[in-house]
Design a protein around this ligand. Structure first.
Ligand code: AMP
Length: 465
């Protein structure tokens, strides 16, 4: 079944019911969403977008952007969301790699252009294995990989989450996440659509708007940074959270101190879950039953999870209906990251306790997660290494009170720190740009000549307090 038809089959029978509740309190109904999707789908078809063609979107978050996503599904096209923070040269790479038939940067204008089109009612049938979306993740070699997710992958995960987190039509989801990433795009939207419930729709996380939204919402999904920001807001009290039944957190590790402080302040524990672009959500703490700080909970129903390498702690491997089919146009990379028996090697290091709960201890590939966004050191190092005065660079993530981790560069060579940061920023999104650059005579290495990043993390770990 086409994922769009699955989602639309659960829209409320009364289509006048709100889907989006905007900051100015205006509402966009489910009926208006459906009509908008039908018109945008018609315009895409008029423009020659065919089944299997990619539709790229790089734009500020908007309800029209959601309509573009759903319209792409409806006509059997493949949705390709791009982070707005990407620079022109980064976007250039994605466009060359994915070759979209349509690249939309202003979904509001696109929807306006579609206003004259007759909405198409029929949805293009799709099989479970047919491609629905490509989500680019940063590559360890500096090249981004496009994770290919099918209609079946997304449907299976949506159904499992809707059930696991007890969504109902009475819920109101506070949506403050971006929609270019699986968290805000698939996890949040699909749970809302499958329950036919409204969303308090915020363009971004803003303390005052979130505090106001909590009074009308019942569920919030966020990254750890959202929760540390809420805790920093004096207005966040037990009363402010009284209307809420569930706070979900993921995309990066939640500090145990944040979990504890939040429970004390809000009177309920955060539900932490673990996921990735390649499989959407993999494990979750329980809705009913104990949520343990530091654990990402149990594998979702249908997910087979094991620890590779035969040790208690090792790289987490997963298999199941939501696990992606492979990386776009990278058959060798895909083959490397799956085991012979079809498990995806996540690259996350962890263990599973006798009770079945999963604990993540680190990232095999030195991925940095800053403010919920992934930064692969290699991509930043490649930019720095090109700069005058730089012999070699090593990029690590160090603890940061606001972003979780911050990008720090350690450079063999000489130069001006501020100028180097500014030059890096010209080529890299802000979240990837080093916050500090340290100059050294040499980098610590092991016997094989590999830079020991763990030592750099120790040495510069106190940079931000
Ligand atoms: P992305 O593909 O951008 O969603 O990033 C996926 C990565 O984020 C995973 O491979 C993990 O390393 C990390 N991640 C996501 N959720 C959690 C969590 N709850 N705890 C620790 N790491 C997480």
């Amino acid at each position: 079944m086409n994922l769009y038809d699955l989602l639309a089959s659960r829209f409320p029978a009364d289509r006048t019911k709100a889907c989006f509740i905007l900051s100015d309190r205006t509402e966009i109904s489910y009926g208006a969403l459906e009509a908008g999707v039908g018109r945008i789908a018609a315009l895409m078809k008029d423009k020659g977008v065919g089944v299997g063609d990619r539709v790229a979107l790089q734009a500020a978050k908007s309800p029209e952007g959601v309509m573009v996503y759903l319209a792409a599904l409806k006509i059997g096209a493949v949705f390709l969301p791009l982070n707005q923070a990407y620079t022109a040269s980064e976007v250039d790479y994605f466009l060359k790699d994915a070759e979209p038939a349509e690249f939309i940067t202003d979904p509001v204008a696109f929807a306006a252009e579609a206003a004259g089109c007759a909405p198409i009612a029929e949805t293009t049938p799709r099989a479970d294995g047919d491609l629905a979306a490509i989500i680019y993740t940063s590559g360890t070699t500096g090249r981004s990989k496009g994770a290919m997710l099918s209609h079946g992958n997304l449907a299976a995960n949506a159904i499992a989450l809707h059930q696991a987190w007890g969504f109902s039509p009475d819920d109101v989801l506070l949506h403050a996440l971006p929609i270019f990433h699986v968290h805000g795009l698939f996890v949040a939207l699909h749970c809302a659509f499958l329950s036919g419930c409204p969303m308090v729709w915020l363009a971004k996380f803003d303390d005052a708007e979130v505090l106001a939204g909590l009074k009308r919402a019942s569920v919030m999904m966020g990254v750890p940074t959202f929760y540390t920001r809420l805790l920093a807001a004096p207005g966040f009290t037990r009363e402010a959270a009284a209307h809420m039944r569930l706070f979900v957190c993921g995309s990066a590790p939640l500090l145990e101190s944040t979990f504890a402080e939040f429970e004390a302040r809000a009177g309920m524990p955060i539900l932490e879950r673990y996921g990735m672009s390649e499989a959407v959500i993999i494990t979750s703490n329980p809705l009913e039953g104990e949520r343990i700080a530091g654990s990402v909970g149990y594998p979702l129903p249908g997910v087979e999870l094991r620890i590779g390498g035969g040790e208690a702690t090792g790289v987490i491997e997963i298999r199941g209906p939501s696990v992606f089919g492979g990386y776009w146009r990278m058959p060798e990379k895909t083959a490397e990251e799956f085991t012979a028996d079809g498990f995806f090697i996540t690259g996350d290091v962890g263990r599973q306790d006798p009770d079945g709960r999963v604990w993540i201890s680190g990232r095999a590939k030195d991925l940095i997660i800053s403010g919920g966004y992934n930064v692969y050191p290699k991509e930043v190092e490649l930019v720095l290494d090109e700069m005058a005065g730089v012999t070699e660079s090593a990029v690590v993530g160090v603890p940061h009170p606001d972003f979780g981790e911050a990008v720090v560069a350690v450079v063999i060579g000489q130069g001006d720190e501020a100028a180097m940061i500014a030059a890096a920023r010209e080529q890299l999104a802000a979240f990837k740009t080093p916050k500090r650059v340290f100059f050294v005579d040499d980098l610590p290495r092991n016997a094989m000549g590999k830079v020991q990043k763990n030592l750099l993390r120790e040495r510069f770990g106190g940079t931000f307090g």
